[in-house]
Design a protein around this ligand. Structure first.
Ligand SMILES: *Cc1c(COP(=O)(O)O)cnc(C)c1O
Length: 455
């Protein structure tokens, strides 16, 4: 593995609370790692969202930009970076991805209308529902088989999509595809799959939007795994991806290497004007869109850095390093390695626990107690819905623990410690008890849920 393509100029100290302390803290948090405080955590793999380390040039840009309600210079820097990379005719800034989702769906989705997607992310699903729409997933079959290796497991199931769209055309508000496909393990989507999804949307005259949070990482997979792209540069691949779409939602907190921010891109003037008028009411004036101008400056620079090939290669190798260590130790993980995280199959890890006892949530708790490392459950607590008629929990197909790797933040040594800690829990897995959920709000319940130990 090549060493990190950067030197460290500023450091942040971290402390590991002792084991008795960790046991006390996680109990107090209702066995929900979202309720832990950052100073109670040694290595934080909760998310790769908004946790990137920024470069000296990003910080410099943040200091030198002028703060202005209207017409900030950082807006024009960002406009240039966005036009250069995304290629859509219009864009609207928002404070983070989900605000963009909300503006998009309130403009395009009427109550009862359907949004097909390869897999909705949790905030996307919640935002479709919030305006009365119905999110529907069409992930390729392989996506639900964690151990199977295939190069583009994030793909849309094109046959099912076309059949569904053909039958329900008038009820479909827009079609989306999420790259990389976060909900099924950060797996990439092939260019060919994006192109064909776009063709289906055009055939049935529906708009096609890309949830592009990790477009640079997805582009790197296209370059390294899809035929015909080896000699194309990342920017050209990204532009090709967007050329098939009518627009996108984008969270600056992921691939743009910044701590906050987002945008909605689109080609339709009508959609643009609708969204922009709402933006002014809920996010702010168009040249700052819910952000401080310094955030726009860091995003403008971050967008450029995120497409550097040496950076993307390092990023991929780092995640692969953790994935390989766990894979070699026989820990059940999602194959092959994905974009921004390593995902552990909680159901297989704790094969003695029924899914109703939240195996991946249990693993998040055990890993914290073992090592002070925080991962996050993407499974029964996050995606399980309550049946309105019976009040029973509908179990999602996958129950995963995600170890998301913040960009440029941790070294290989940190990740070696993470791997060792997971392996220690794996060795004592049969002695571990599951959890029962004692509280959860209706939408995005996993953030605030509370659990108790099963007897
Ligand atoms: C993070 C994320 C979002 C939402 O973005 P925020 O900036 O967190 O609001 C939407 N879709 C996907 C796939 C994401 O990973």
């Amino acid at each position: 593995m090549k060493p990190e393509p950067f030197r460290i100029k500023v450091v942040e100290e971290i402390d590991l609370p002792n084991k008795a302390e960790r046991e006390r803290l996680i109990k107090k948090a209702g066995y929900n790692v979202f309720q832990l405080k950052i100073d109670e955590i040694y290595i934080d793999l909760l998310t790769d969202s908004g946790t990137s380390a920024m470069s000296d040039r990003q910080w410099a840009a943040m200091i030198t930009t002028k703060q202005a309600y209207a017409g900030s210079n950082s807006y024009y820097q960002l406009e240039k970076a966005v036009k250069d990379l995304f290629g859509f005719k219009y864009f609207v800034l928002v404070h983070q991805g989900r605000a963009g989702e909300h503006l998009l769906f309130s403009s395009l989705v009427k109550p009862g209308e359907i949004v097909p997607n390869n897999s909705h992310f949790d905030t996307t699903q919640a935002n479709v529902r919030l305006v009365g729409g119905l999110p529907k997933d069409f992930a390729a079959k392989d996506a639900y088989n964690p151990s199977k290796t295939a190069p583009f497991k994030g793909n849309m199931d094109l046959e099912k999509l076309e059949e569904f769209v053909g039958k329900n055309r008038d009820k479909i508000a827009l079609i989306m595809t999420t790259i990389t496909n976060n909900a099924v393990g950060g797996q990439p989507v092939a260019m060919e799959n994006i192109r064909q999804t776009s063709q289906i949307a055009r055939k049935y005259k529906r708009l096609f939007f890309i949830d592009a949070c990790r477009v640079a990482e997805n582009a790197y997979f296209i370059k390294t795994r899809e035929k015909g792209y080896k000699n194309k540069n990342i920017k050209a691949i990204i532009r090709e991806i967007f050329s098939y779409a009518d627009g996108c939602t984008f969270s600056g907190k992921k691939d743009a290497l910044t701590n906050i921010g987002g945008l909605v891109g689109m080609n339709s003037k009508r959609v643009f004007e609708k969204i922009r008028s709402m933006q002014v009411i809920t996010e702010g004036f168009p040249t700052y869109g819910g952000m401080a101008c310094r955030d726009l400056a860091s995003m403008a620079r971050g967008l450029q850095e995120s497409t550097r090939e040496s950076y993307l290669e390092y990023r991929h190798e780092q995640i692969n390093y953790l994935w390989e260590k766990l894979s070699k130790a026989g820990v059940p993980i999602v194959n092959p390695v994905g974009g921004h995280a390593v995902f552990i199959d909680g159901k297989k890890f704790f094969s003695h626990l029924p899914q109703e006892q939240y195996p991946s949530q249990t693993l998040a708790v055990e890993l914290y107690i073992e090592s002070g490392v925080r991962g996050v459950e993407l499974g029964t607590s996050c995606f399980g819905e309550i049946d309105e008629k019976t009040g029973k929990l509908i179990l999602p197909k996958l129950d995963l623990l995600r170890l998301a790797i913040p960009r440029r933040t941790y070294t290989a040594n940190h990740l070696a410690y993470v791997a060792e800690s997971v392996i220690k829990v794996y060795k004592r897995r049969r002695k571990v008890r599951g959890l029962k959920r004692v509280y959860a709000p209706l939408l995005l319940g996993h953030f605030l849920a509370r659990f108790e130990l099963e007897n």
